[in-house]
Design a protein around this ligand. Structure first.
Ligand code: ATP
Ligand code: MG
Length: 363
């Protein structure tokens, strides 16, 4: 039995063993089987074992290579180690010693490979994090720039708004109430208002999370809204009633935003009820975990075909009355930012009810 065959018998119980009788055959096996260790004689037919070693290292820099040297050929063995062999054994080898050397070297390759894999994973993870960080930084600087832009835009817009009002007044004083000029002015006013709404919305996005969210009383907010819009209701001949219930209820949130959200819905209801000089009723109904703020009107109702669009930005049926169509869009966003929901029930010629459900703080 040749040394190759005796090695196979020796290692077979513990390892999967492949053998080749030439360097080229061995290299082919190395590519195909990706072994954990290669045992090669230094003297091989055709290509020498040392040349074979060089080729092994080109294919796989990490596989453990153990060279078998002739008895007393220490120089060649050292040359092999210099060229990248991991170990050597002199022939004739001892079975126990061979097993130890193999086991040590197989372990070395496995550790090396798993650390290579871990390194590749870490490198990839690191690259991904760097990419995400770069993107976040880009967004953060964009956010910062937009906040400044929005802030700077506010001042000239307020000036334009002021002059539009002034011009309207002057036209009125001069008795210049020609259809065209008041129509043009109302278009300017409408669009400046849209810009202001957009800016306010942007500012509230920017301040989200930055503003401390405090416990706020929903009943107080609803009462404040009612006080503020009472005169609008009276002017439009609308009867406005409010019942906030006996139970106080508070939630954690941004009172300015919530107030705005509720006011949008109440103003819509007053506008809807105005034509028929109808009624608007606002109630707060406290459940165990939530409060329902309900705004009911006796207006014309909303056609089914429009129900799906009313929360879309810029959807409005009030072109002639300078509606921007942002009211309900903003309301929905604010309510959802507070983990609430908004729903609408409407019957044509009977009226509409909006219900904003907001989670309350437990007592
Ligand atoms: N209570 C309601 N009754 C009937 N239609 C309503 C009612 N509330 C809202 N709508 C319809 O939904 C549309 C969108 O409302 P939204 O508040 O978003 O905008 P808007 O009131 O038209 O304009 P803005 O609120 O910006 O002044 C309204 O134009 C109207 O057609
Ligand atoms: Mg509105």
């Amino acid at each position: 039995m040749g040394p190759r065959e005796s090695l196979r018998m020796l290692l077979k119980p513990d390892y999967q063993v492949y053998t080749a009788d030439t360097v080229d055959g061995g290299l082919r096996l190395l590519r195909e089987k990706k072994p954990d260790a290669v045992i090669s004689d230094i003297r091989m037919p055709g290509t020498s074992g040392i040349d074979g070693l060089r080729k092994i290292r080109e294919i796989d820099p990490h596989v453990a290579v153990i060279m078998l040297t002739g008895f007393g050929a220490l120089d060649t063995a050292q040359e092999a180690l210099r060229l990248g062999a991991n170990d050597y054994l002199s022939k004739p080898f001892d079975a126990k010693q061979m097993r130890e050397v193999i086991s040590r070297n197989v372990e070395r390759t496995r550790v090396q490979r798993s650390s290579d894999r871990a390194l590749a994973e870490i490198t990839e993870l690191n690259q991904r994090l760097m990419r995400e960080l770069a993107q976040k930084e880009r967004l953060a600087s964009l956010g910062q720039a937009s906040a400044e832009f929005v802030h700077d835009l506010g001042n000239p817009l307020t000036i334009v708004w002021g002059y539009v009002q002034l011009l309207a007044k002057k036209l009125e004083q001069n008795g210049d109430t020609t259809q065209t000029s008041s129509k043009e002015l109302s278009i300017i006013e409408q669009n400046v208002r849209l810009c202001r709404e957009l800016l306010t919305m942007w500012q509230s996005y920017g301040s989200e999370g930055a503003l401390p969210r405090k416990p706020i009383s929903i009943c107080d907010i609803v009462n404040d809204v009612i006080k503020r819009v009472e005169s609008v209701a009276t002017q439009n001949g609308v009867q406005l009633t409010c019942d906030t219930g006996a139970q106080p209820c508070s939630l954690v949130g941004d009172s300015v935003q919530i107030e705005r959200a509720i006011q949008n819905v109440v103003i819509n209801a007053i506008q809807a009820a105005a034509d028929k000089k109808g009624r608007v009723t606002v109630t707060c109904a406290r459940g165990e975990f939530y409060v329902d703020v309900r705004v009911q009107d006796t207006g014309p109702g909303i056609p089914k075909s429009e129900l799906g669009k009313i929360f879309d930005p810029y959807f409005t049926t009030k072109q002639s009355k300078s509606g921007t169509g942002l009211g309900l869009y903003i309301t929905k966003k604010v309510v959802e930012d507070h983990n609430g929901s908004i729903k609408v029930d409407s019957t044509l010629d009977v009226g509409t009810t909006f219900t904003m459900r907001l989670p309350v703080q437990s007592d």
